[in-house]
Structures are given as C-alpha cells and as structure tokens.
Design a protein around this ligand. Structure first.
Ligand SMILES: Cc1cc2nc3c(=O)[nH]c(=O)nc-3n(C[C@H](O)[C@H](O)[C@H](O)COP(=O)(O)OP(=O)(O)OC[C@H]3O[C@@H](n4cnc5c(N)ncnc54)[C@H](O)[C@@H]3O)c2cc1C
Ligand code: SF4
Length: 501
C-alpha cells in the first residue's frame, strides 16, 4: 500500500548534474546515478492517486504507481519485472524521454511538483543491469515464420525483441555500420552512453535476433529479395529528411550544414574511442568541428540542444542558438495547455547550463559570405509569427536587423518525414503530405505484409512513441503470421498524445 503522505514529507529532488566545468571536458553522461536513498524517497512521493493519469501520459502505458511502490519498499527485482512488462528499453526512455507522464502526474493538479518518474525509471533500468544483467529470454520453440525489420532504431528493435520472444525468426537490416538508429550516431554520449545500447543488443542477439549492418534495403538488397526471404516486413526507417532553408540567401556557403551532419560526425569521433581523430570531419574529410569557431544553431528543439552540447565539448569560441518563436512561459499556461496535457514551457536542457546565448523571436535573413564562399556571419531580424488560414506568417520588424559572427551554422529546424529512397517504390508504399508512411489499423502499409512503425509512420517524434509503435506493430505482425495468443499493443496507429481538444 503506497504512502499517501509521501509527497507532503518530501520535495521533488533530482540528483545533481556533474559540474559544468568537468563535464564539458568529456563526453560522459551529464547525470550521475541517483543513489538508492534518494530514489526510494522520491518514489515515496507517488501517492497512488487512484486514477493514474501518468498511464495515459505515457504512450507505453508504463505501470508507474506499481513500480514506484516496489522501489519505495526496496523490492527491486519485482520493479525490474514490472517495468519491463511494458517497456523493452527503459534505460533509453529513463535517460532521454521528456516524460509526458510527469506533465500528467496528479500531484501537478494541486500545485505540487510531479513525481520524478523518469528518474525512478532509469534507476530501475540500471538496477536490472547491476543485478546480474539483462537476462535473455530465448524461446524454445520456433514458429517457423520469419520477419525482416528494416531500420534498427528503437521502433525496429522493440518490434524485433517482441517478435523473437514470440518464436519468430527475426533479422534486422540496418544501412549504417552499427545498430541503434538515432540512438547510435544521432544522440550524443553525454545524453546516452553507447554501452547501454550494446548491453541491450547482446540480450537481443542471445534471444535469436540476427543483425545485418551495412545493408541499405532498396540498394544492396531489393524489396523483392527481402519479401522472398521473409514472411513479413516491418519498415522502421525513421524520419531523417532534414528540413532546409534553400530560399535564404547564402545557404550554399561553406560552413552551413544540416545539424545531423554535424552530430553524426561528432558522435563518430567519440565512438572511435582511444586514438580517435582530433576533429570531426565529413565523409569526404572536410572538417565540421566547432573548435575555436563561432557557431550559430538555428532551431529550438532536442536536435539544437544536442548541437549546443557538442559545440561546448568541441571547444567553440561562442554559440548562439536562434529560435523563431518568442520565449515560452516558465510555467504551464492552464488556459492554453490545461493539465494533464503536455505544456508549452521554456525547456532548459543541461546544454543550456553549459553556455551559449539563446535568442528568441528572430529569423535569419542571410548567411553572410566572407568573400571566399565561406560563411562569416548570419544577418538576423526580430520577427513576429502568426497563423493565418493554417499558414505560418513570419514578419520581420523593420530596423531590427543585426549580424552575428558565424563560422559554422547548423540547421536544426526539424524534419520533413522519412527520406525519399528506392525502398519506398520497391515496396509500393508512398509518403503522405507530412512525408510519413500511413498505416492501416493493423499497421500494414498499402502493401500487404509490409508494416510500418516509429518515426517513419508518425513523423519525427520521441523514443517512447517509437518503442510503443514497435511493440504494437509486432503484435499485429504476430497475428498476421497466425501466431498463438496476442502480444501487447499499447497504441494503435491513430493514437495521439493527450490533448485538450
Ligand atoms: C538529434 C536528435 C536528438 C533526439 N533526442 C531525443 C531525446 O532526447 N528524447 C527522445 O525521446 N527523442 C529524441 N529524438 C527523437 C528520437 O531519436 C526518434 O524519435 C527515434 O529514434 C525514432 O526511432 P525510429 O526507430 O522510428 O527511427 P530511427 O531511430 O531514426 O532509426 C531508423 C533507422 O533506419 C535506418 N534506415 C533507413 N533507411 C534504411 C534502409 N533503406 N535500409 C536499412 N536501414 C535503413 C536508418 O539508418 C536508422 O538507423 C531525437 C532526435 C534527434 C534527431
Ligand atoms: S517512458 Fe517516458 S512517458 Fe513513459 S514513464 Fe518513462 S518517462 Fe514517463
């Protein structure tokens, strides 16, 4: 029986982040482990409210009050079991999820701070490893059916694990040289050290999942070949088509890049380990390193914050992060985003604590040439943004223009869906107006036996949604293959985050 008064005795507390001066000299994670005493205290703040809205906030339907109470009472093995019943990879979500569950915590209704759900989650996930590892659960009997999973991000991996545990033969095809999707070379180590991916992959491999890296499906192997080898195909290729700004004068200048180009190059340097190259370079050898440079990051989301943290660690001379929109409020505006919905508030990532200047309500008017074809600055103007007839109208304020120094400009202005690539036509699937691939209610695309999940279906989203969709698509594939019983399906293809209207 949970402690109904825990939240009255304890305030919300998180472990202290590693000091800025130390952490920007390395690539290790920002947060140290919380320690058992702190995490049991924080789990005690969950009052078992009766109708846990956090369940609805979390697309996985994680049984949050259950494992909070198991942690409170020191019942770690049962907490590990409970958490893994709904989430294949809590070590990823516990580190990286923005925690819509916390926005929906009932404590937030009465003006209290929500339970530190995400922190409890990551401590349980790490306890699983500390207590003897992530035990594989291979199934003795095989169904004789086989599934190809294309793409090895969290959606593909969650589906692969679910299907392998149901007795199907699963092969994951990944065009990159390592498994993990955006977790591997997109998200920097200071948010997720790659040992966490590797430990989980060892579990999947022991459960029978086969991995094929360096295979670009549609190029190295055709859709037809894949379909002839397997009984069903899951497409989980992500939404990696970066939005660009071709109309801005100076866009072709050297030094203006997509954010992902910079992040992947930087993360590959870290992945190289001892004897790593001195600086991040493009595949053709051109440096794309922030060391000693004035960096301008355009955009205000996860990707922009990751570029900021990378720029600090590479030793940038200075960084500006530009946002088109005005500075959000510091607390929930209940009129606009009533509890338990996800509020529009100023989000401060650890990277913001490390330095750089955020500039709100501005738009780039021009990337400025140094006379040799290399960018030397960005000319910005203050702007207002309004919506008219569903269109975004950006108006520059006359006389507000100024120039910021910039040797390296990173575009982190969002994604336009899944990439246009040969695989799509070969499988006979098309991108919709958002650049995503539609799914029927049973997760099949327009092509029978070809399923879709994760960002490729939803558009650029979150890890928690990718895992939820991977699990649900696996359930649909299991049933398509005539598997015995049903697998858990936490979401359907039409499911949207909690919204007021
Ligand atoms: C920089 C950055 C930071 C982020 N930070 C966070 C965060 O902190 N928290 C959070 O919740 N979310 C974050 N996200 C979003 C999150 O990473 C994605 O929502 C999630 O990874 C989507 O998972 P997925 O499995 O659908 O696709 P992805 O992770 O994108 O994986 C798709 C994989 O498919 C492979 N692929 C594509 N085409 C082919 C092909 N033809 N053949 C073989 N393989 C192919 C790709 O190489 C890739 O590895 C971030 C995103 C970015 C870009
Ligand atoms: S996965 Fe995200 S939403 Fe779900 S419980 Fe964990 S932090 Fe909350």
């Amino acid at each position: 029986m949970p402690d109904p008064n825990g939240f009255l005795r304890y305030d919300r507390r998180l472990p202290a982040r590693r000091p800025v001066a130390v952490r920007i000299t390395d690539w290790r994670e920002v947060y140290p482990p919380a320690g058992e005493e702190l995490i049991r205290e924080q789990a005690t703040r969950c009052m078992d409210c009766g109708i846990p809205f956090c369940h609805d906030g979390c697309p996985l339907g994680n049984r949050i009050p259950d494992w909070n109470d198991l942690v409170r009472t020191g019942n770690w093995d049962a907490a590990v079991e409970s958490l893994h019943a709904t989430n294949n990879f809590p070590e990823f979500t516990g580190r990286l999820c923005p925690a819509p569950c916390e926005a929906a915590c009932v404590l937030g209704l009465g003006g209290q701070q929500p339970v530190t759900i995400k922190q409890v989650e990551v401590e349980i996930a790490d306890a699983a490893v500390a207590r003897g590892g992530l035990n594989p659960r291979p199934v003795p009997a095989s169904t004789g059916r086989s599934v190809a999973v294309v793409g090895s991000g969290p959606a593909g991996l969650a589906a692969a694990q679910q299907l392998a545990r149901a007795g199907h033969a699963v092969t994951v095809y990944e065009r990159d040289d390592a498994i993990g999707g955006l977790l591997r070379y997109g998200i920097p180590d200071f948010k997720l050290e790659k040992q966490h991916i590797d430990k989980r992959l060892a579990q999947l491999a022991a459960e029978g999942v086969q991995f094929r890296t360096g295979v670009d499906v549609g190029v190295d192997v055709t859709a037809e070949e894949l379909r002839s080898r397997h009984d069903a195909v899951l497409l989980a290729c992500g939404a990696l088509q970066g939005r660009d700004t071709p109309e801005t004068p100076g866009r072709p200048l050297r030094g203006v890049h997509q954010a992902m180009t910079h992040l992947v190059a930087a993360n590959r340097v870290v992945a190289a380990g001892e004897g790593r190259p001195a600086q991040a370079v493009l595949p053709d050898g051109t440096p794309i390193d922030a060391a000693g440079r004035h960096v301008v990051i355009i955009g205000g989301g996860d990707t922009a914050a990751d570029c900021l943290g990378v720029a600090h660690r590479q030793g940038a001379a200075g960084v500006h992060q530009l946002d088109l929109y005005p500075e959000p409020p510091h607390g929930r505006d209940a009129e606009r985003d009533p509890w338990p919905t996800w509020p529009w508030v100023l989000r401060n990532y650890p990277a913001h604590e490390e330095g750089g200047e955020r500039v709100f309500a501005v738009a780039v008017q021009e990337f400025v040439d140094d006379g040799t074809g290399q960018v030397k600055g960005v000319r910005i103007a203050e702007v207002t943004v309004e919506r008219r007839d569903g269109r975004r109208i950006v108006t520059a304020l006359p006389g507000s223009e100024r120039e910021l120094p910039a040797d390296l400009v990173l575009l982190a202005i969002g994604f336009e869906g899944t990439e246009e690539q040969p695989l799509l036509a070969q499988f006979g699937v098309t991108r919709n107006a958002r650049g995503a691939v539609d799914a029927r209610p049973d997760w099949q695309t327009d092509a029978d036996g070809v399923f879709v999940a994760g960002d490729m279906h939803r558009g650029a989203s979150l890890i928690v949604w990718a895992i939820a969709e991977g699990r649900a698509a696996a359930a649909a594939i299991h049933s398509y293959l005539g598997g015995v019983g049903t697998l858990p399906a936490p979401v359907d293809p039409a499911r949207q985050p909690l919204a007021a209207r």
